[in-house]
Structures are given as structure tokens and as C-alpha cells.
Design a protein around this ligand. Sequence first.
Ligand code: TXD
Length: 307
Amino acid sequence: MRPKISIIGAGNVGATTAHLAALKGLGDIVLVDVVDGVPQGKGLDILESLPVERKSVRVLGGTSYDSIAHSDLVVITAGLARKPGMSRDDLLVKNAEIVSEVSKHVRQYAPEAIVIVVSNPLDAMVHVAAAAGFPSRKVIGMAGVLDSIRFATFIAEAAGVSVDNVQTLVLGGHGDQMIPLTSCARIAGLPLETFLTKEQIETIVERTKNGGIEIVNYLKTGSAYYAPAASVVEMIEAILHDKKKILPCACWLEGEYGFSGVFIGVPAVLGRKGVEKIVEISLSNQEREAFAKNVGHVRELVSKVGL
Ligand code: TXD
């Protein structure tokens, strides 16, 4: 039987994720949104795109949660996106309400599903979703993959090499304080300094941290969705195909990196059981301090929404 993937929120990220996942034939897709007509229309449109690629998965859109029953995986993208001048944290209160309500429905109709949270502010929203009662290793936040592929894009561009040769890792929360790890980044197995000057690397790190707002400032009416959707799809594929792929994502820490009881971005092995292992890498003192600051910030946001 084909896996079933449900996507809550049929907006920019949700619909693009549905389209990419359907084109890859990753499973049957259900799109749910509160705005009647949008999930039905987008779902049908995506379905009608599939004959070109000879992909025969089912795609269905609607406003009712009945249709998500027996999902293997649920992606939560419901919520507001930011506009120029807004930080991700400005979305906290409104999106916490939305994600809380959505997660309760998901818990009721698809209690066995692995849940990927996308809504912002990301790390805090993972806590909100988990509060609906999912096992902690089955709730995972998408942000690190996106931040890492942005980091890789900028490195490849500056070094004038194929992005295929670039490996990157961004640690910590999905905010301005995220930690693009220059010490772990490699170009064809070699340190960045082999190809780039210190100044170039610093510029790339800053651009990565501001990768989200760069797009928001161009679009003005919303935030990025092509690269975010591609990132979600990479996680879906790793999970449903039980790839044991190491991807950075917001995971529940139980002592790893010296912290417990918090969801934050770390490299993790993703497979059919969700987060199967957290990979601990040794950090410099500076990186460790930055990580602790990130944890503090996430905890502050989480307490503001009463969790
Ligand atoms: O890296 C990351 N994690 C992110 C996060 C990358 C990109 C976008 N990121 C965040 O995802 C963004 O800040 C937002 O909080 C979400 C969704 O972004 P998107 O760009 O898809 O926003 P849209 O296009 O406004 O879509 C949101 C949809 C829209 O169709 C609403 O009608 C719907 O969410 N919505 C709901 N659906 C179901 N149930 C409820 N309650 C609901 N409320 C709104």
C-alpha cells in the first residue's frame, strides 16, 4: 500500500510540498485548509499535473479532518507567514493558536502519524504541536534542512563550484541566531578556506542567517516556499523510505548537547520511526555558547505561550 501523506495548510508551502511529493510519487496526498475551496482546487490542479510525469498517486483536498485518518505522515504548515518588517517571533501568539488547534485534530484522527512541523516561529511551534500528545521522537521541525541548503547555495555560488560538491550543517533555532557551522562545511571534502577568503565566509554566514528575510523583502506579501517545500520533501522521503538519512531538524533533546526537554535544531538520523538517533558533533566553545543562547531563546518563546 502506498504511504499516506497529509498536509495541513494548503497555502504556499503546503501546496508546493504536495506538488513536489506527488511528482516524486512519495504517496497519496491529502490537503486540508480552513478556507473552503482552496484545498479542493489546489488538490485537483496538482492531480491533473501528474499524467505528464506518469505518476498515479491520489491527491485530495478538503476542509474536514476525517480524510487524514491512517496517515503515515502529517505536515503542519497552517498559520500566518511574515511580511517585511516582521520577525518570525511576531507570529508567535496567532500561530500558537492555529498550530494548537490543528495538532489536536491531527492527534485525534491520525495518532500514529509522524508529524513534521513547518509553521513559524518553528522551534516553539514544534513544542505546541507536541503538546497535543505525540511521542517526542515522532514530532520533528523543518528548518535546519532549509537553512543548510541556503548555506550550501551561497557557498557554491561564491566558490564557483557545483552545489553537488558542497556539504553544510546549520545548528540551533530557526531564527537570526541560528548557527551555520563553518567548521563542518566542506567543498568536495575540503575546508571552506581552501576556496574562500575569511571575509567571503563571514558574508555567507550572515546571508544564511538572513536567508528568510531576504526573500520576504523581495516578495513583500509572504515568505519563501520553493526551498522550504523542497526541504520538507527531503524529510518526507528520508522518513517514508526509511533512509536513515542524517538531516538537521528540530528534535526533542534528552541530554544531547547538554540540554533536555527542548526541541531545537540538531543533526538527526531520520527513518520510518521518525527521529531514530540524534548525532552529536563536538562544538567549539563559541558554538556551544551560541547553541545555549538559542536554547534559552526557544524556552522563552515556549513559556510565553504557556507551555
Ligand atoms: O523553515 C521553515 N520552517 C519555514 C516556515 C519556511 C517557510 C515558511 N514558514 C512558515 O510556514 C511561515 O512563517 C508560516 O507560518 C507557515 C506557512 O507558510 P506559507 O507561506 O505556506 O503561508 P500561507 O501561504 O499563508 O499558507 C498558510 C495556510 C493558508 O492557506 C491558511 O488558510 C491556512 O494556512 N490556515 C489553516 N489551515 C488549517 N487550519 C487552520 N486553523 C488554519 N489557519 C490558517
